[in-house]
Ligand binder design. Structure first.
Ligand code: 2PG
Ligand code: MG
Length: 420
């Protein structure tokens, strides 16, 4: 295997899909350049790595100039070693010195440059190209919480999952159809609907949680029927956004209701049953490991995924696995900082029979890496928006991955296997 020595690193300030400043890094490896832009979340878990140094992209670039020589000469193809090196340079628990956004951009740009040098796709570098499968797109079709305006539901994301799709083309088409169908249903209720969307391209419309559930459930049911393919509904409750730790209550500000932890549990189980949910993310807050495990054991046939709970952190996942908390994990490289840490997290998840769901961030870039990370980590699903350039970039890359296999080996890449 050829060595992929880092020859130079440059960084610049640029913009994400929300128009916020972020950092983009370029890593050079023997004439090959990898480039990556750090995304940003709005509903961030409190245990996530720090993003920009002091919240400032320019400062993060300046700091990078001071340590980049320590990275020159490192092997760009070894995500684990590069991760160790970045941790050593940073020296803090949460990348507060060099910024998790810099760690993200450098580690992904390095992997891309190494893959280019070896003339293989990025996913093959991450997974050795063995037994690959394509993730089901988990598409955000209706938005609420921190991704949409005040009048929208408290629940953050209403997601479509085309479980019955036999190939990626059908899967992507189904989610686009659900997104369109949601608009049709809203317009029927309100012909004056302006077509507003939230941060991830999901429709933003002022209804309460149960009305949004009815609309999206109707949309997935209609599309299932129309296409003759099972499409199911999922939710990201993003419960930490509603959790009031002082009063130990879930505060549904917009709906004007407050739930005790026990009531929250009952509510969530009721939703899983009533709307036949295939997926639920962060149904309880980020420290509620025990309630997570109760939901997991009671919600049969539903993926119960931890996002703010695990924050792509292997130690938190190990604790969750001991307690039976969740059967799915959200993987977001920038939550933990480096690609190497995220690969370790995915490996631990698979060893403990957790489904991996690789996810975008609400503030994202037109980078395509997410598709490769999802395939390279054997993810069951890839969570993203359905429309918008920065979302479609990742979805179209899944089509390209499938196509290149078709051209080179004469067969499609199979869809991942549902284990839950
Ligand atoms: C989430 C994400 C992505 P954010 O909560 O899962 O949808 O949102 O990037 O704002 O944390
Ligand atoms: Mg989430």
């Amino acid at each position: 295997m050829s060595v992929c020595t880092i020859k130079n690193i440059t960084a610049r300030v640029c913009y994400d899909s929300r128009g916020s400043q972020t950092i983009e890094a370029e890593v050079q490896v023997d004439g090959h350049v990898g480039r990556a832009t750090a995304p940003t979340g709005a509903s961030t878990g409190k245990h996530e790595a720090v993003g920009l140094v002091g919240g400032d992209a320019r400062k993060t670039c300046k700091v990078l100039e001071t340590y980049k020589k320590k990275l020159i000469g490192a092997d760009a193809s070894d995500a684990y070693e590069l991760s160790k090196l970045l941790h050593k340079i940073d020296g803090t628990e949460n990348f507060s010195r060099i910024g998790g956004s810099a760690a993200y951009a450098i580690s992904i740009a390095a992997a891309e440059a190494a893959a280019k040098k070896r003339n293989i796709p990025l996913y093959a570098l991450l997974s050795n190209g063995k037994n690959i499968a394509l993730p089901y797109p988990l598409g955000n079709v209706f938005g609420g919480g921190k991704h949409a305006g005040e009048g929208s539901p408290d629940i953050q994301e209403f997601l479509a999952c085309p479980k019955g799709a036999k190939n990626i083309a059908d899967a992507l088409m189904a989610n686009v159809e659900v997104h369109r169908e949601v608009r049709r249903i809203i317009e029927k209720r309100d012909p004056k609907f302006s077509g507003g969307k939230g941060d991830e391209g999901a429709w933003a419309y002022p209804v309460n949680n149960s009305q949004a559930l009815e609309i999206t459930y109707e949309a997935v049911s209609r599309v299932s029927h129309k296409l003759g393919l099972e499409v199911r509904l999922g939710l990201d409750v993003a419960s930490s956004s509603m959790w009031d730790p002082k009063h130990k209550i879930y505060n549904y500000f917009r709906a004007g209701k407050k739930l005790t932890p026990e009531q929250q549990l009952e509510y969530v189980l009721e939703l899983i049953d009533k709307y036949d949910l295939i997926y639920i993310e962060d149904p309880v807050h980020e420290e509620a490991f025990e309630e997570f495990s109760r939901i997991t054991s009671e919600a049969k046939g539903c993926i119960v995924a931890g996002d703010d709970l695990f924050v792509t952190n292997t130690n938190r996942l190990r604790k969750g696995a001991r307690l039976g908390a969740g059967n799915g994990v959200i993987l977001k490289v920038n939550q933990v900082g480096t690609l190497g840490d995220a690969l370790e997290f995915a490996k631990t998840a698979r060893q403990n029979q957790y489904a991996v769901i690789t996810s975008h961030r609400s503030g994202d870039s037109p980078d395509q890496h997410l598709a490769h990370i999802a395939v390279g980590t054997h993810s069951l699903m890839m969570k993203s928006g359905v429309v918008g350039g920065e979302r479609v970039a990742k979805l179209n890359e899944l089509i390209r991955i499938n196509d290149s296999r078709l051209i080179n080996e004469g067969e499609q890449v199979p869809m991942a296997k549902f284990v839950v």
